[in-house]
Design a protein around this ligand. Sequence first.
Ligand SMILES: Nc1nc2c(c(=O)[nH]1)N[C@H]1C(S)=C(S)[C@@H](COP(=O)(O)OP(=O)(O)OC[C@H]3O[C@@H](n4cnc5c(=O)[nH]c(N)nc54)[C@H](O)[C@@H]3O)O[C@H]1N2
Ligand SMILES: Nc1nc2c(c(=O)[nH]1)N[C@H]1C(S)=C(S)[C@@H](COP(=O)(O)OP(=O)(O)OC[C@H]3O[C@@H](n4cnc5c(=O)[nH]c(N)nc54)[C@H](O)[C@@H]3O)O[C@H]1N2
Ligand code: SF4
Ligand SMILES: [Mo]
Length: 893
Amino acid sequence: MTAAMNEKTIKTTCPYCGVGCGIVATVDDAIGHQVTIQGDPDHPSNFGKLCSKGSALGDTVSTENRLLHPEVHCIPCDWNTALDTVADGLTSVIRQYGPDAIAFYVSGQLLTEDYYVVNKFMKGFIGSANIDTNSRLCMSSAVTGYKRAFGADAVPCSYEDLEAAELIVLTGSNTAWCHPIVFQRIRKAKENNPALKIVVIDPRRTATCDSADLHLTIKPGMDGLLFNGLLTYLAQTDALDNDYIAAHTQDFEWALQSARNTAGNIEIVAQDCGLSSADVEKFYGWYAKTAKTVTVYSQGVNQSSSGSDKCNAIINCHLATGRIGKPGMGPFSFTGQPNAMGGREVGGLANTLAAHMELDNPEHIDRVARFWQTDRIATRPGLKAVELFDAIDAGTIKAVWIIATNPVVTLPDADKVKNALKRCNLVIVSDCIKNTDTVDLAHIRLPAAGWSEKAGTVTNMERRISRQRPLFPFSGLAKPDWWIISQVAARMGFKHAFDYRSSADIFREHAALSGFENNLEGQPRDFDISAFADLTEDAYDRLQPVQWPVTKKNPNGTERLFTDGKFYTASRKARFIAIRPRAPVNKPDPNYPFTLNTGRLRDQWHTMTRTGLSAKLNAHKPEPFVEIHPLDAARYHLQTHDLATISSLWGNMIARVVITENQQPGSLFVPMHWTAQFSSRGRVGALVNPVIDPHSGQPESKQTPAAITPYRALWYAMLLTRSPLMLDDIEYRVTVKGNDFIRYELADRTPFPSWRDWLKSLSGESNNPHCLEYSDPERGVYRSALIIDGRLEVCLFVSSTPPLPETGWLETLFAQPQINKEERLRLLSALPPEGQEDCGRLVCSCFNVGEKSIAKAIREFNLANVEQIGQQLSAGKGCGSCLPELKRFLPRQ
Ligand SMILES: Nc1nc2c(c(=O)[nH]1)N[C@H]1C(S)=C(S)[C@@H](COP(=O)(O)OP(=O)(O)OC[C@H]3O[C@@H](n4cnc5c(=O)[nH]c(N)nc54)[C@H](O)[C@@H]3O)O[C@H]1N2
Ligand SMILES: Nc1nc2c(c(=O)[nH]1)N[C@H]1C(S)=C(S)[C@@H](COP(=O)(O)OP(=O)(O)OC[C@H]3O[C@@H](n4cnc5c(=O)[nH]c(N)nc54)[C@H](O)[C@@H]3O)O[C@H]1N2
Ligand code: SF4
Ligand SMILES: [Mo]
């Protein structure tokens, strides 16, 4: 048989962001764990496009770092032993302390089927609602905002509304990096319709700003005031849709009064938001006169102690202008995770119930209990993420099961979370990966099937349900999450309710519940996919992407909600909410004079358990860093390439200094991605204040008072090696996985005993080791390379001051089986031979184009736009994720 005959093509969905791109995966059974990834041209979310992360999925499916078998107290075991131990452990806690002494902490990265089962188990049968999800950190404020306004957690818009819009306001969203394919759709829409205006509201200048007609560098946390000011302005300028307000809404006067009281005129708003009056007026003016307006909001709005209010301040303006339920309009919360929306559907949050029902509503509780045929259902909301870990810390929760999330890195006050887990009697973790900061603290580790193995559905941020389909068999003993949970439920006496044979079984039940007693007495629930309640196994396999609601009457799904002006409140009218804007809870002070902002990078996904495996993705931003404005850098004696200690009342970290005017004076930005697996001191969650929104419980991850000081090491080193090395005792250590090498960035304040002896110890018993060395003790410089049998093994550069030489060329030498004489000669200078260029830090990961090559081509060929760069270098011609960055290399027009 030829290889091609073994090839099969499978359609599935990207496991990263909420855009929910369709993928065509080609696997060759003869080759094993390898896959070629392409965008699915027929998927309505991406029409064939994929961003850098989606395109690199093939690099992340290796089994090398997978958790391949269950472990109890670090001892590998079979499933029966592990499942019995989990069931016995949970049962004994319940017997002794009651069901509320147990907690689950789950994730928007579960498939809907997994998510449904774990919620049914905990809320329906264990009988406690102490099950929360990482979505609490992500979009619980958006949920609260929608529920307060519409009576249901219903995202009104579609991506097509962005294309039909004439004004897109992006607030607290770095769309270019975090929802790249939707951003490409927005960019394309602007090309097709130059009248489309884009306003970006973000204290930082981000890649998203490169497409903006107006960028408002808002003072951190002030969005509520800005949108209250907008509501006042709309009233003052006669831009309200009074007919819509009268027919379809309630409580308008109340909200307007509050807006007037708090944001009565543009000057005050501008001053308090740190903006110019002219810019605020421009934004308000555009908004007032552009009917087709979509406001997109994400973590810069949600992750705030007043996040829910900010969401409602935004929604108020849409309701006041009747801009909802019509093409090209609406308040559009961008969710982050691939299945944040699916989690909302199954009641993933501790205060909600399945199928968009509520835990504070006795009728809903009764209905779900009858559907599940249980008399043990939880009857009150459970603890929300931050409180839940506080309860673990306090010892009131005795056992926790964490599934598909990494709270030791991503919850605020993350050192406290770490200590809480260390103290907890029973920590069960289900993950695909062998070592994460959270898995490392588990008593019981359960190997979950990951993307490319598991089967089920996800819902993207425009309510579109798509299938994830398996490409490979399960690795090792890994099992789908729904199976693991059902097995434990069965062992705890609930087999009758968890007797699922497939994910299709679960999906049907979930669909049936969504239609169960829906629309009683003219009161419908928004989430209804009852059309799928009888889906056959085969039809589930073939399920095409579709936007809910999907009912028998409406089998092709629903592009837009609220087209009839009817909402899900008792009166069927939308509610205005009166907003009193509040600043972040903790304010900078002389000890902690900066506002620390945290967020995402283009090529990493959260805690890097998967993207960190891809050399390509690591190349874009390889090291944890802190961005600071030049004036602040000068004041605090920081230079580019320096390391700095950043600290808050809660914790501290070390990161590389990046000086940039993209940052406002008084604020710092640190990416959220680094963990103890990749860096000794790069976990920013340790610094983040555990302040939460009173309505949603979402933490204020974007604003923590912080201080910064130079970290002056005795020595700095850069080490390239073929295989991992033990470097645990070094104070600053970052590990970067490359293609054929690993790079370590190192620094310490205590002397390293002897680099020479250490290198010698590395050559071990090998034949023919050869050590090149250069030493200048006066300058603290030491350089060395270890070559074994003509092949480069280790390359070490040490200096008493940063920066160390650039490593681009040296890294390429690891791909060679032998290095030649000239290369040997130049090794310790790090300068490539004539004709072999170092292309600099990677910008375009599809075509491996670095910043030096781009700058050089622009200079040499007088390139004037990104198209010309593409023609010359191919950069930007692949996934397009680097286009905003390419723009920055061009001379400013
Ligand atoms: N590459 C990549 N993409 C991702 C993810 C990833 O890890 N990597 N994660 C996914 C997930 S789960 C999520 S939730 C989304 C998040 O997507 P986004 O919300 O777009 O991403 P963030 O970087 O967290 O924050 C967005 C912006 O909010 C700004 N901001 C901070 N404070 C304020 C403020 O007070 N007001 C305003 N208006 N803006 C402010 C920040 O400067 C930042 O640029 O991304 C998803 N997509
Ligand atoms: N400082 C700061 N902190 C933040 C944020 C921020 O902007 N700033 N953003 C917050 C937001 S919006 C989010 S969404 C969170 C995300 O934070 P987390 O969810 O904690 O981060 P991930 O790295 O996505 O963790 C997912 C884990 O699930 C595992 N996994 C993947 N697939 C599966 C599966 O199918 N089954 C199982 N069992 N495991 C699987 C992965 O290996 C990984 O360990 O971080 C939050 N924390
Ligand atoms: S935009 Fe990128 S990360 Fe998001 S779903 Fe599409 S390919 Fe995946
Ligand atoms: Mo998120």
